[in-house]
Design a protein around this ligand. Structure first.
Ligand SMILES: *[C@@H]1O[C@H](CO)[C@@H](O)[C@H](O)[C@H]1NC(C)=O
Length: 477
């Protein structure tokens, strides 16, 4: 009976870990930019998106063919009013009406338009006149939507660059640029009153560009690292994404807008760049995007916003080959024009199905207790530390995995897997669980080259060893 208990709790843990794969992932979005001459037809893109777990698409404009091709797909669409439209949107209510009439009314609701982003990165641009017009433009779009009975159904906001922060490090000291704070306050009051999100574009890639040390790269790629302590809160951050997002959260809170939600309108990592652009590689891009997606799927949230995943639009669906600037600007695409993946970050439904456990007839059936989510142990199905790894490194891996979002309560005192109480056993548990949770990609079992895949199930030995202490506990009771 005791054996059953511990086994079924183990099993429930795996169910919990894998259940997100079956459920929808409403927080997963992607940017669909158009500055290219080699993009596949929108109808093919719509089919591609439907084969993935992506639920949201952000367009920079309001291309009618694309919006139409997403009809009846249930994919949410954020459309954009361009920066050059802002003066007319701010000044001319007829222009606003015709903008809504041509870009929304013909398609809604079969095309699930949820958001209008008015302008892109205006508040950190050099165009002060547009900054002053932005709020008025947003209000006019909101009013026109309300008149069209779409108020509240379609939210209005604008997209900010992370450069809008004057301070971002440590995260708790995050504050907005004081030179735009008055204008920003108006925008935030608008967000707060209409329930639209504060959208911004964090790029750990750029943080790494300005601090190209190996430990910064690990911090940016969600890989094991020693973490960064925020002395303001005592929180140890384990990745740059959380640090950047929480810096914005702190800045919003400091201005009194605790209730305004954050939306990540862009984030990504280029897989290629000019020779002077450090960190641009397929390997790093795959690590950033793959680990970000796993982080979002874990639902751990950020230290300041625990227990939920912010809506996050990956950048980007395709390379935009006509963009100016360094090669990296043309190298963010997760998919190629022929609709194959640039590198696999487990977005396609097929790749996820392979992770979903065969549902056993009864969750208490111990013989099917899957230490491997597939239920069929295969060679290389478990992630374990290499032999000879130092205790310091094991501890780092353990801290990293637990901070990543896996449930480490079973290896805490009184937890079902606390025994054997050794660093090696706890680290093995956490590292393997992270590997299983994150999608069983080879890079999820790297841990700075201190881990390896094994065909021997580490939890089997853990179970056997921990039966007797567990039973003793029950006997004592
Ligand atoms: C946000 O909106 C709520 C009501 O919707 C209001 O009570 C509150 O004062 C607003 N906060 C700020 C900082 O404007």
């Amino acid at each position: 009976m005791v054996y059953f208990l511990s086994v079924s709790s183990f099993f429930l843990l795996f169910l919990q870990l894998t259940s997100h794969l079956a459920n929808s992932e409403p927080y997963l979005g992607i940017n669909y930019g158009q500055v290219a001459n080699n993009l596949p037809p929108p109808s093919a893109v719509a089919r591609l998106l439907q084969s993935t777990s992506i639920q949201k698409v952000r367009l920079f404009g309001a291309d009618a063919t694309i919006i139409q091709s997403l009809a009846n797909t249930n994919i949410e669409i954020a459309i954009g009013a361009s920066n050059t439209d802002i003066p007319a949107l701010a000044a001319d209510s007829n222009f606003v009406k015709s903008w809504i009439n041509s870009n929304i009314i013909p398609f809604y609701p079969s095309s699930k338009i949820t958001t209008v982003n008015v302008g892109n990165e205006i508040m950190s641009s050099t165009d002060r006149s547009l900054m002053y017009l932005l709020l008025k433009a947003m209000q006019n779009v909101q009013n026109a939507l309300t008149e069209a009975m779409l108020g509240g159904k379609i939210k209005v906001t604008t997209v900010h660059s992370l450069a809008i922060l004057k301070r971002s490090d440590p995260p708790s000291s995050g504050r907005f640029d004081p030179t735009v704070e008055d204008l920003l306050k108006g925008l935030l009051e608008f967000n707060n009153a209409t329930g639209s999100g504060f959208s911004f574009n964090p790029y750990p890639f750029f943080a790494y560009q300005s601090d190209p040390r190996p430990e910064t790269l690990a911090f940016c790629l969600f890989q094991p690292n020693s973490g960064r302590l925020d002395p303001g809160t005592g929180i140890k951050y384990t990745n740059m994404f959380d640090a950047q997002v929480d810096a914005v959260r702190s800045a919003l809170n400091a201005m009194g807008f605790k209730g305004v939600e954050i939306v990540i309108s862009e984030t990504g990592w280029p897989y290629r760049g000019d020779s002077n652009q450090v960190g641009t590689s397929i390997e790093n891009a795959k690590a950033y995007n793959g680990n970000l997606i796993a982080h979002l799927r874990s639902m751990v949230g950020t230290p300041l916003m625990p227990g939920k995943s912010v809506d996050t639009y990956l950048f980007a669906l395709f390379d935009e080959d006509l963009k100016p600037g360094p090669a990296s600007e043309r190298s963010f695409g997760l998919f190629k024009p022929d609709l194959t993946v640039t590198y696999d970050v487990m977005l396609t439904k097929a790749s996820q199905t392979s992770l979903t456990p065969e549902t056993p007839s009864s969750p208490t059936r111990p013989s099917t207790m899957p230490a491997s989510p597939s239920g069929t142990p295969k060679s290389g199905a478990w992630c374990v530390p290499k032999t000879g790894v130092s205790d310091a490194q094991l501890q780092e891996n353990l801290d990293y995995a637990c901070a990543f979002g896996i449930d480490c309560t079973p290896i805490q005192p009184a937890g079902a897997c606390f025994e054997p109480n050794t660093l090696a056993a706890h680290a093995t548990y956490a590292m393997n669980l992270l590997y299983q949770t994150a999608g069983k990609n080879p890079w999820n079992c790297d841990f700075s080259q201190t881990a390896m895949l094994s065909s021997i199930d580490p939890s089997k030995s853990l179970i056997i060893v921990r039966i007797s202490p567990f039973r003793n506990k029950v006997v004592k009771k």
